[in-house]
Design a binder for this molecule. Structure first.
Ligand SMILES: Nc1ncnc2c1ncn2[C@@H]1O[C@H](COP(=O)(O)OP(=O)(O)OP(=O)(O)O)[C@@H](O)[C@H]1O
Ligand SMILES: [Mg+2]
Length: 749
């Protein structure tokens, strides 16, 4: 039972409560996820629960991977059969076995958002819906919203009666769903919807899984939506051994249908639930935690709670205003470089932002300074054109009913099959109720494509050949055939531009991934590979062992932690965004505030809050006020920098910086010596202090210094003490130390 010594009392209560419903409701960094992993260990080792009877669901693939690793470490090989996965991958696993029970072939394909959008576009075209009035993305998000609430097309159309706009969307939804089904394709939301449908319609299947998964755990439960709730409820209602874990203050996916009531109503839905609250935060320094508490307490819609910590006060939170986003980015790069010089690793640092577009400037500055970084989200690897092209070939080999993939590549690279030919093939197939691929085999019969018929036949023959190769296994062989015989690779090589080189590099990466998949997986198959690819959420590109700075949106940072966190763009209009400021709905600001709370609580030791006076957004300058969330942080927690403040930002507890023209831009936040440790200190220009023995120190109050034993710390006070200086330094890992400068060997970092 030694394993459980590292848990506090309420954590242990939660770990040892195995039977019956359990709600673990607690703030950020209080060890919720840690409880889950220990609970799995406890059930297997102490309660004799079979690993395959345990299902643990997390929100992102990255979180699932991390949980898997932690469980493996705690339990060892015995844990291999525990299902640790996201909702989506659990559903895929279930549907691969039973999709026929909901009218799909088990080899169904999975569409990503981009594919779905294309299909919506096609449906709109077929229904003559004017894209001027209906944006695909809006239609798709309405469809997705409906699916998240488990509302099917029929129900949607019924509810829409009388609302013209909704009626139209209902029609599109209906056709979209038909088209998906006829191509044997599911979109991301369908994975959940169809699994729920499977259980609702097939009692035997449900009973099987209810008995299989006797113990169910869900992390980040505050962000579950309607269909996810149904799924969990169906699975758990027989044995009622359900443990959900979450924090209402971290509910940030309302826009994707997350329903905070799922967690707030848990006790009502599952009677006799044990409720455990955790209040001690183990992740962050006290200052960081106080800042987070300062922000979140402004939300009205929350269960009051207060997190405390035994951790050190830690360093002041750095708040800095720069002039442009380019300077903001340069500043971040500078700080990372300094941190690394002082002994941190790159991956200790994370840059979090509200919108993906903000990453661009940061990336540029990192490239300039040779700082390795990893972008999570944005245009992920699998969204790149060349990757999607090659994968479309492979999807078509796997599932010839997938018309969308066929359309994508029938003339890529160009092989003389024009748009009108493709349309004719589509019409021909549609009239006969067959797939386009089947129609290719009858090219000669298709009216109006006479000249292209032989090209179509050639393409068909080539695809047949590929299917032959695939049937014999050999993924790499298949992809190489595609790359060579279609001329795809050659065309890029001839183009010989930096972009085409880049694309070739990406393709090379894809081939290596396939090779790796083939050697690593127990039972490699084309469909298995494609599944893995389809499930790679953006977050997956974040591999633990890569020593790189992580750049990602606040949304994808949920559940993660980093020693140093930069929150850029702390501006009203960006964070919180204009939409939420102007919506008139206070809930929108509250959601943004929760996101801010999530962001702050990712930081373990050091937090930077940054904003700029002028930001280029879509090519136009925006002049934003500092984010209201900054004002909500107790001012004494912020490191203030004396500077020539402009009147517009003086009102906020702001640190500005002098314009670039007046001198060197603050090379280091502390390094320029113009920062005081406390705002109250007023003048903090302590570039160097003349000392008793006429020596000068290279650091001033507020500076970061490195000590041989204690690591990096922040200078709080420097006092002249006879022949030497007494320097008070706050080391996050060792607390506040008073040192004599001549002995301490402190180096400014
Ligand atoms: N009892 C404990 N003793 C020491 N460290 C702990 C304890 N509980 C949790 N921790 C550590 O605190 C950090 C936060 O834990 P964890 O990630 O489980 O929190 P969480 O509540 O899931 O946070 P979030 O709300 O952000 O998901 C981790 O580094 C974890 O190892
Ligand atoms: Mg967690």
């Amino acid at each position: 039972m030694d394993k459980y010594k590292g848990l506090n009392e309420p954590q242990r209560t939660a770990v040892f409560h195995v039977d019956g419903p359990l709600l673990l409701l607690a703030g950020a960094g209080s060890g919720k996820t840690r409880v889950l992993t220990h609970r799995i260990a406890y059930m297997i080792e102490e309660k004799g629960v079979a690993p395959w009877q345990i299902m643990a669901i997390t929100f992102t693939n990255k979180a699932a991977k991390e949980m898997r690793e932690r469980v493996d470490k705690l339990v060892g090989a015995a844990a291999a059969d525990v299902w640790v996965s996201t909702f989506h991958s659990s559903c895929v696993r279930i549907l691969r076995r039973h999709a026929d029970r909901v009218g799909y072939d088990r080899s169904f394909t999975i569409y990503d958002a981009d594919d779905s959008k294309k299909l919506v576009r096609e449906c709109m075209k077929q229904l003559n819906v004017d894209p001027k009035y209906f944006k695909e993305s809006a239609v798709l998000s309405a469809i997705s919203g409906a699916k998240n609430q488990y509302i099917g097309p029929a129900q949607y159309r019924k509810d829409a009666l009388g609302d013209m706009r909704k009626e139209t969307i209902g029609k599109i939804y209906d056709l979209y769903q038909q088209r998906l089904k006829s191509c044997n394709v599911m979109d991301f939301d369908d994975l959940l919807v169809k699994t729920v449908e499977l259980f609702v319609m097939n009692e035997d299947v449900l009973a099987y899984y209810q008995d299989k998964f006797r113990y169910i755990m869900v992390d980040e439960y505050q962000d579950t939506n309607g269909v996810q709730f149904r799924l969990v409820h169906l699975l758990a209602k027989k044995h009622r051994n359900l443990c959900v874990v979450g924090d209402d203050d971290q509910s940030i996916y309302r826009f994707r249908g997350a329903d905070i009531r799922n967690i707030l109503d848990f006790e009502a839905v599952f009677g006799n639930a044990q409720v455990v609250r955790l209040e001690q935060n183990y992740r962050s320094t006290r200052k960081i935690l106080d800042a987070a508490n300062g922000v979140i307490r402004n939300n009205r819609q929350r269960k009051p709670k207060k997190l405390w910590t035994d951790n050190q006060d830690g360093m002041d939170i750095v708040y800095k205003t720069l002039y442009t986003e380019v300077e903001e980015a340069a500043f971040i790069a500078e700080q990372v470089a300094e941190g690394v010089k002082a002994g941190r690793t790159y991956k200790d640092h994370a840059v979090l932002y509200r919108t993906n577009a903000q990453s661009r400037a940061v990336e540029d500055s990192f490239v300039k300074r040779n700082i390795p970084y990893k972008l999570v989200g944005g245009v992920s690897f699998y969204q790149r054109k060349e990757i999607k092209d090659i994968l479309a070939y492979m999807v078509l080999v796997d599932n010839s009913a997938d018309d969308l993939s066929l359309r994508r590549i029938i003339n890529v690279p160009k092989r003389g099959i024009g748009d009108s030919t493709v349309e004719r093939i589509g019409e021909y197939a549609y009239e006969r109720g067959i797939g386009m691929y089947e129609a290719l085999g009858r090219a000669r019969e298709i009216p109006g494509i006479a000249r292209a018929a032989s090209k179509v036949e050639q393409f068909h023959a080539f695809m047949e050949k590929c299917r032959g190769i695939a049937a014999q296994g050999g993924l790499v062989g298949l992809v190489e055939t595609i790359l060579k015989e279609t001329g795809y690779e050659e065309a890029l090589r001839l183009e010989n531009t930096p972009e085409s080189q880049d694309r070739l590099g990406n393709i090379g990466e894809l081939v290596s991934k396939m090779a790796e998949y083939e050697t690593m997986s127990e039972d490699p198959s084309l469909v298995g590979f494609l599944e893995e690819v389809a499930l790679v959420a953006a977050i997956d590109t974040l591999e633990g062992d890569d020593n790189k700075v992580v750049l990602m949106t606040l949304h994808s940072a949920k559940g993660l932690e980093f020693p140093v966190v930069f929150l850029g763009g702390m501006e009203d209009g960006l964070f919180p965004g204009y939409m939420s400021i102007n919506s008139g709905n206070p809930e929108d600001i509250e959601e943004e505030r929760r996101l801010c709370y999530v962001g702050i609580t990712r930081a373990m030791e050091q937090l930077y809050l940054l904003n700029v006076k002028r930001r280029l957004v879509h090519g136009t300058s925006q002049f934003n006020m500092p984010s209201r969330f900054i004002r909500e942080i107790p001012q004494e927690l912020l490191a203030v920098h004396e500077t020539e403040l402009t009147p517009s930002i003086e009102a906020a507890p702001v640190v500005g910086m002098s314009p670039r023209t007046t001198g060197k831009y603050a090379g280091s936040l502390y390094g320029s010596g113009r920062y005081g440790a406390k705002p109250s200190q007023g003048d903090s220009s302590k570039r160097s202090i003349p000392g008793p023995s006429d020596r000068t120190l290279e650091y001033g109050e507020g500076d970061l210094v490195k000590h041989g034993k204690f690591g990096v710390g922040q200078v709080q006070r420097i006092e002249a003490g006879g022949a030497d200086y007494q320097v008070t330094v706050n080391f996050p890992s060792h607390g506040v130390k008073k040192l004599l400068s001549s002995f301490a060997g402190l180096k400014k970092v």
